[in-house]
Write a protein that binds this ligand. Sequence first.
Ligand code: PMP
Length: 382
Amino acid sequence: MGQQKPLYFDYNATALIRPAVTDLMRDIMARPGNASAAHGFGRLARACVEKAREQVAALCAVHSNQVVFNSGATEANNTVLKAFAGGRILVSAIEHASMLEFDANAERIPVMPDGTIDMAAFEKMLDDGPAPALISVMMVNNETGAMQPVEQLARFAKKKFPSVFFHTDAVQAAGKMKIDMPALQIDYLSLSAHKIGGPQGVGALVVSPGARPAKLLYGSGQERRQRAGTENVAGIAGFGLAAEMAGGSIAEYANLAAWRNRLERGMKGIAPDLVIYSENAPRAANVTAFSIPGVAAQTILMGLDLEGIGVSRGTACGSGAVKPSHVIQAMAGADAPPDGALRISLGWGTREEEIDIFLSAFEKVASRADGRNAKKEEAAHA
Ligand code: PMP
């Protein structure tokens, strides 16, 4: 690590947990209590879960009985897909792996080079085939921040096929913009606590009243029989508080755009051929996905890591392995950098001075990579 205090610029992978969330969870974990138990301890645990249900419901403008807690957005996404297995399913080509890996037969809706849904292709897919059972398009892409017109897509599809259900992965939208699930015409919505300042391993599937039941885990009757398994009381309570705090600071989140834009201007000053993905698309305020032609993403990632700065490259798999990004591939096709792009993502704990600290480290790392490339070229011409 470098001399600087480490800089965490990887909020889209996992946001910094809010200290108030950690405090609350520590208190809850110190007491016993299964939320299904009939005694006082159990009732206290139940009250924590139900308070969190209200807090999460408020984040997407729904009634609390629509919120089903689970282990995170991977589970939420899998749960919805399972409910429609065997039917015609359309998903965007830039969904998270938890959508794309679950059902290889789901048809992929292409995106434009700017990372937003290709509307003409979407309309053609609807015209050409039978009525889909399910359509799933995420609200905000985790790699580029590109915002998708989910309301427009859902309205269009439902007008043509009133029987269709619409799911959105709202993991990267929550806390960054207002989510009014009924107004958006969404039937299922996935959330994850650790992207909004809560703990890892807890999330929710939010289900609209008329939607087909969606269930993955069978056993006891928790979560109104929608999701078996003893509730993670502390995690759920932490999720609830994080949801309340994230929902209350959407305006502050939008302000990150000014810092992000300054960061991008600074980076372009240092590396003029820098490519920024989804730069001109409607984009969440906190993300920059970029590559430098001819420079391996891994070189930049490791150089920044040596300076104590955490950014990410492609999609970090559970194994720690990194594969080229299917998102950048879907956008850029043959022009996609072979080893993927890099992603900087800011969040609630980012401070303005960190932008300058980042830029001076980036200058060092980019010029070192440039020097190495110049040497390689000299050798090639020798
Ligand atoms: N969807 C998106 C858009 C994500 O960014 C992530 C986290 N990388 C997930 C789903 C999976 O969430 P979880 O970690 O809660 O399983």
